[in-house]
Design a protein. Sequence first.
Lengths: 370, 271
Amino acid sequence: MAEAAQSLKPPEPAGQPILQLRNVDRIFDSFAAVDRITLDIYEREFFTIVGPSGSGKTTMVRMLVGMDKPTNGDILLRGERINDVPANRRPTCMVFQSLALFPHRTVGQNIEFPLKMRGVDAATRRKRALELLDQLRLPQSYYGKMVTQCSGGERQRVALARALAFDPEILFFDEPLSALDYRLRKLLEKELKDIHRETGKTFVYITHSLEEAMVMSDRIGVMNRGRFVQIGTPREIYGSPHSRFVSEFMGEVNVIEVRGEAGAVVDAAGTRFATPVVAADFDTGTLVVRPEDVRFVGAGESADNRLTGVIYNEYLLGSRVQYQVRVGEGQTFLVEKLRDQMPPGGPGSAVTIGWDARDSMVFPASRLQQ
Amino acid sequence: MNSTGRGVRFLYACLIAAFLLLMYLPMVTIALASFSRTRYFRFPIPAWSTNWYAEVFESLSIRNFFWTSVIIAVLVGLISTALAFFGALAFARYRWKGRKLFQKIVILPILFPQAVLGLALLLWFTAIGITPSWQTAVFAHIVWIAPITTLIIAIQVYSFDPAWEEAAFDLGATRLQVLREVTLPILTPGLIAGFFSAFLLSWANFPLSMFSSGADQTIPGWISAKVQAGYTPQVPAVGTLTMLAAAVIMGAGYGLVVLQARRRARAEAAG
């Protein structure tokens, strides 16, 4: 574990750390929902915590906003310990998964809520609310509309405007986009990234979708079983995952059960695979190849790894096409190509598929099992 | 298919009409009886009169019973709603060990026969040396009515998203501000419904009052006594007025809810 912690150091400090976690635990009965986490989040960065449900990400964010306390460890905001500071006295706030807009209030009253709590006068509040409506591309006429009459995307923007009205130093998001349809989600992801740039605030975003995290984040922390299994830029997480878990989390991948034998990676049938590093001996492990790194190999073309098989199925994904290729007994491969690349023939045709040694990702089972 | 559908629909309408008739006819009978000049009810009514109403309004004792009933009902309404608010929050909002048991214990009194409950309370009042009066009647009513009010308010509490309170707190509100700005306003329709239900249940209650009100008599108690001895059409006249009062109060409750919605709509128009 000590070795794993070493490799989780942030790659490029983007300024001063604003929020620091020092060996933070949250233990329920005897179960550690958050397990000895040490993390620095930097000023003005867009940091996303990704993990499957039950990985501890919600427990973690509840501690960060002050709605829960760590069992052990310290949370520091600009160097000051804030473990025991309640949520209403912290200069941070959160956009909830359910958005938690007040149903008995108008859009304007919702946005003005944090200002009203602070005793700001009505005229100033109204002025600020109208500014925020502009900033979030909502018409000013929405000021008097009931939030219950707004659409999903509008409610999303109202929730963000209300959080911005609070003027927090750090803005937390607990999967606020998860209830929206795909197109709206894509649009709002980009808008959120724009808002991040315009406001220059630190954003900490929680999601179970690595795809969503990739689009928006400066840095991503992938969580599993209460710990970070990898922290890095989207490029690093995608390009060089530390474990099978991280590589599979991004989406569909091809997985081959392998073992390491005298520096060679071999599967059960004895096929040798070309890989970037000479792996040490290991009993069991996995070799992972992304579908878009696998290509159809024509006669006379070369590839470090070659397999022959039969196209079994074809899936259209819009701009891309995915082929399911059966290789040998029971092993299927996914091959993903751009639409305009020549299809090698429909289902039933025999093909040779292949990929380069550098695209083989090998994870011995003994290392970073998560 | 269309014609059979129509036939079925006709039968259905008849059934509903019969049901409504059977439910409301007795109440209409009471009203008719109160307008009859003769002392005992006969149908068709030989001669009409509003004398009995005049007598009711002149009677000082009936006025007395009326005010006793009103005071008891208002107090029961207010106290039940306050108790029920916290009771409903306790089992419908917060998760804690034993909340299921708590819920059952709170709801249980509804299932007691009211006469038995009234008698039990009377024995208990006597044992600890309290003379039954309208105050003890308030207590007796609350024992039975507050659980019902709790159920009514709980319906509203179940649809309350705890994230509303968390969000308000997170946005800088104090605990008191959260209660005043978020929890109470969102639960207001439930509280209004709870209050009026408690008021009306107390207003019409006879068995509990009979055992627990001692020398102070309520309207239902007076009706019961008069039916047993000394019946005049004053009894149906008071009965009719009591029902009217209940209807007016229900109307007022409904009006209050509509008014709240209007005020909201006006706030919207202003923005």
